[in-house]
Design a protein around this ligand. Sequence first.
Ligand SMILES: Cc1cc2nc3c(=O)[nH]c(=O)nc-3n(C[C@H](O)[C@H](O)[C@H](O)COP(=O)(O)O)c2cc1C
Length: 437
Amino acid sequence: MKKAHFLGFAQHGLSSHVVGMWRHPQDKVGWDFAGQEYWQHLARTMERGLFDGIFLADELAPYSSFEGSSDATARYAVQFPTHEPGALAPVISGATTHLGVGLTLSTAFEHPYSMARRLSTMDHLTAGRVAWNVVGSYSPSEWEAYGEVMPDRAQRYERIAEYVEVCRKLWRSWGPGAVVADRASGVWADPARIAEVDHRGTHFTCRGRHFVKPSPQGEPVIFQAGSSPQGRDFAAATADAVFAIHPTVEAMRAYSDDMRERIARCGRDPEQVKLYYGILPVVAPTSEAARRKADEIESLVPEGGALAMLSGQLGVDFGAVDPDAPLVDIDVPGIQGVKDALVAQAAEGERVTVAEAARIYSSRFSMPRLVGTPAEVADEIETFLDDGGADGFILLATYTPGCFEEFVDLVVPELQRRGRYRTEYPARTLRDNIRHD
Ligand SMILES: Cc1cc2nc3c(=O)[nH]c(=O)nc-3n(C[C@H](O)[C@H](O)[C@H](O)COP(=O)(O)O)c2cc1C
């Protein structure tokens, strides 16, 4: 019987993907998201729930696609403010012993040499628990903030692929026996076993030795969440874990089959690459109480904030588009997978409008909502594992830390009773915990 894996989906900010959650009466009561204590508590909660890790989403600047400015983004706290995620790695790993830390770090504005160095350093400091969610910055506001113009999707992926190639050359450049550490002769390393990387590619040039000694995992776990055909191919060739959002079990199944085929075509073992799907659990002791909770969450999303969020992630100014227009007819330069997931929400024979898409997106990030008692939520998780082909789930945050505490206290024991979830961590490094049941 297949067992589930979990990751907590968070962002180093006021709220993450569900707009307006800072208004919720149970959100961060007595906690400051900008302080260490909050993150230590969140990390310990997820570790108590035996999660593989925490996934820290990020973007590099406030969205400004809606009505040509970031006003609505700031006004309604749409993933705003967002602090830097990497700084949390030692805070989270220092408070835990097994929990992984997945960091979203963009390839857009930093040379791969320093990225490889930074991630190796973090892999040491977390004792082999760091993952890198590789992104290329999909929002025009990110490129504007850095004084550049956003390239198209094909170019972004070409650049990302070369970027990871350079990082991997650096991570793999210290051979076995490179560290001699012979006090008598004074020889610490054998330079013949530390290759000098000499990369001259289309986008990057890099000549030099990797500056960090081999880290516990050798290289970070690679997370990838691209969903366009280019994104899927890149993930299939590169990632240890792939993330996707699909609103129905049928769409999940189709994605799972497609990805496993692509992974096999790259000569990799599809069993070694875990597929995580986004879900939004809303759990309570009774079904009615859970439904009330879900309604309350949805009622807190302000309309302007919803449109700003959708505009930001799809790279289209929806302030200038008829709210009744079908989303399917609009080309998006931003996240293709988000559009696809929203279009797929349509009832038989209907088309999702821009206004509906904004509401669905900002209240649940297009993820299926699992609303009910612990047993009802566990039933749906089992269906996604068995019929959707899922290996794991990324849990969307609503009010924090409460939503994670409830999941850990109510749903985790239910899944354990059913033999669908681990009762202890199988290993120490993140890569090994992801690979095991
Ligand atoms: C679950 C999930 C989480 C994501 N998190 C981030 C993120 O934190 N930062 C980011 O820049 N992109 C994020 N993305 C976007 C993707 O990594 C990717 O850049 C984007 O989907 C564009 O590629 P695509 O058009 O191939 O989908 C996320 C996507 C998904 C499905």
